[in-house]
Design a protein around this ligand. Structure first.
Ligand SMILES: [Fe+2]
Length: 577
């Protein structure tokens, strides 16, 4: 049985395909059309899903969309009409609903096939239900607490559920305008980070601040009775687009979230790209602090209702790896399974799996053990791209490749590492990565000056051999998808100085050999040379979506000042091959 999952006309549009309940391929449209957070219809992603299985759109049995325009409609209409642009908002809602409801025509049109030849059944899965499904149905568990939170989706910001067997039983929905995601976005915008997805950057700024504004932010986010309540005077009404606008070419623009009340209390908002002062650092600090408190408050409430140790979690806020890393100390949950594509691209997988298990009642067998669900490219393809580029290269067997790359990293070089299938989700996890020595004091500056050009306060991440994690970090709960931040042990901070953040933490990836043998063996080889079972891992890109195809990797290598590129079995150097 073939099911196509879709996230469409929404940020991070994506497609995933499952065959008999197993996720075979999944990709965000941005990786193919190169428009970051693309929010149109994921035409190229759908085609890539079908091509990966040699299938045609007429072979699909079901298509599931991770959005249900009918869900919570009464709440949406009430809110839309109550706000100043009421009737306009209402019209937008109706138009959007009509477009979303005819997936058959959309697919027929975009893939150029006769609509009458498409026989699949359509399913619409409520946004947060799809988020929770994307975590729970990928986990190995038969029972778990399900939690999803983000800015908004289908007019809901937070969902709690009891997950058991095939069933995801929704216990609680928190509706807009109450939203921890909107709170985070609002403060980020105020301090000059107003692009969709900037929240992750500001998380890195938070530990530079102190608690100057903590009490004030407590007034903006109140906690009560297992829930939270925003002081909406600080927010602008979100309108029918729930805080986002999509341009004609599918780009996402955030609407202004903060009201003049913020200006009254905190002064003028910071202009993007201007100097960052203590005010911004302190606001970031208080925002992260209050966000975490609300998060733990909600999780503790969820645990009272679903008293198990297992937590299955997704939603854009679940990318807050700092909060995730603390939840073991602040809640009774002991195990997490967080969808690597916790943001909205993950809805494609969640919707498809929900159709299979939740709607069709098919038994669960699948477990997502790694995130390598994207495309891969043959050596022949890679070599032909290298030839086109005119770069000098040589082909190496596995062992010499590992030896050479590890040696180069050990002596301080920055190496592009392009191997196997592309990662699903926003993190590069050793297949589309740029790698460097984690223990060289100037490495962060080198990477920023030569390749990444990121804000000075953003840390780089470590990939650590899974069984050595406990020696280096204060928590040993695995973080295979780089979704937890843990304290680095004091005796290891020097060894990891290039990935040790200002608060002595690291957003680690635990690398188990069975999940990625080549990457594991590379880190192992690096350890033999340096004594450190860790490499610095940052995504393979330069202010663009992470590279997907060899030509993009080669282009990025040529544009930037990487020292070497290992692409499949081929090694490309600057002048020293
Ligand atoms: Fe979402």
């Amino acid at each position: 049985m073939l099911i196509l999952g879709l996230n469409m006309f929404h940020a991070d549009a994506s497609a995933a395909i499952i065959e008999d309940g197993e996720v075979k391929f999944a990709i965000a449209e941005e990786r193919l059309n190169r428009i970051k957070h693309y929010a149109g219809f994921p035409t190229l992603a759908v085609q890539a899903c079908l091509d990966s299985l040699g299938a045609g759109v007429t072979d699909l049995d079901h298509v599931a969309v991770g959005q249900d325009t009918e869900a919570n409609l009464a709440k949406k209409v009430k809110y839309a009409l109550a706000n100043p642009r009421g009737i306009l908002n209402f019209i937008h809602l109706r138009r959007r609903k009509q477009a979303m409801r005819d997936v058959r025509s959309l697919l027929a049109h975009t893939l150029n096939v006769d609509r009458n030849k498409l026989h699949f059944r359509q399913h619409y899965v409520e946004h947060h239900l799809a988020h929770i499904a994307s975590a729970y149905y990928c986990s190995p568990w038969e029972k778990a607490a399900g939690f999803s939170y983000d800015g908004s989706g289908d007019f809901v910001s937070t969902m709690m559920a009891r997950c058991e067997g095939n069933c995801i039983d929704v216990l609680e929905r928190i509706f807009l305008p109450q939203s921890l995601g909107s709170f985070y976005t609002m403060i980020c915008e105020f301090i000059g980070y107003n692009q969709y997805g900037d929240e992750g950057k500001v998380m890195g700024l938070a530990p530079y601040g102190k608690d100057t504004y903590y009490e004030r932010l407590r007034e903006i986010v109140g906690l009560n009775n297992g829930s939270f309540k925003l002081n909406i005077n600080y927010f602008k009404p979100l309108g029918s687009n729930q805080g986002m606008e999509v341009t004609a070419d599918g780009r996402v623009r955030l609407a202004r979230h903060f009201s003049d009340e913020m200006v009254k209390h905190f002064g003028s908002p910071r202009e993007p790209h201007s100097e960052i002062t203590h005010r911004e650092m302190d606001l970031a600090y208080a925002m992260q602090q209050r966000f975490e408190e609300a998060f733990f408050h909600l999780l503790n409430q969820l645990h009272q209702r679903v008293p198990v140790e297992e937590l299955a979690m997704a939603g854009g806020c679940a990318l807050n790896s700092v909060a995730n890393g603390k939840l073991f100390d602040r809640t009774p949950f002991r195990q997490t399974w967080i969808q690597p594509a916790a943001g909205d691209e993950g809805l494609a997988i969640g919707a498809a799996l929900y159709a299979y298990h939740g709607v069709l009642g098919e038994p669960r067998r699948y477990e997502m053990k790694d995130s390598y669900l994207g495309p891969e490219f043959s050596d022949t393809h890679v070599e032909s791209e290298l030839k086109k580029s005119g770069l000098q290269y040589r082909k190496l067997e596995r062992e010499p490749l590992l030896e050479t790359v590890a040696e180069r990293i050990a002596r301080g070089e920055v190496v592009g590492w392009f191997q196997g299938r592309m990662e699903w989700g926003p993190r590069a996890l050793g297949n589309r990565s740029i790698l460097a020595h984690p223990g060289l004091p100037n490495m962060k500056d080198v990477l920023n000056a030569r390749i990444k050009h990121r804000e000075w306060f953003r840390p780089f991440a470590p990939s650590v051999l899974a069984e050595r994690q406990h020696e280096y970090f204060e928590h040993d709960h695995p973080s295979p998808f780089m979704l937890h931040v843990y304290k680095i042990r004091s005796n290891k901070r020097q060894q990891l100085c290039a990935v040790n953040h200002v608060d002595d933490t690291g957003r680690l990836q635990s690398v188990a050999r069975e999940e990625n043998p080549l990457y594991y063996d590379l880190i192992r080889t690096f350890e033999r040379k340096t004594g450190i079972p860790v490499v610095l891992n940052t995504s393979f890109n330069e202010n663009e979506p992470i590279v997907c195809a060899p030509a993009q990797a080669i282009d990025c290598f040529q544009r930037t000042k990487m020292d070497a590129l290992a692409i499949g079995p081929y090694l490309v150097g600057r002048s020293d091959l």
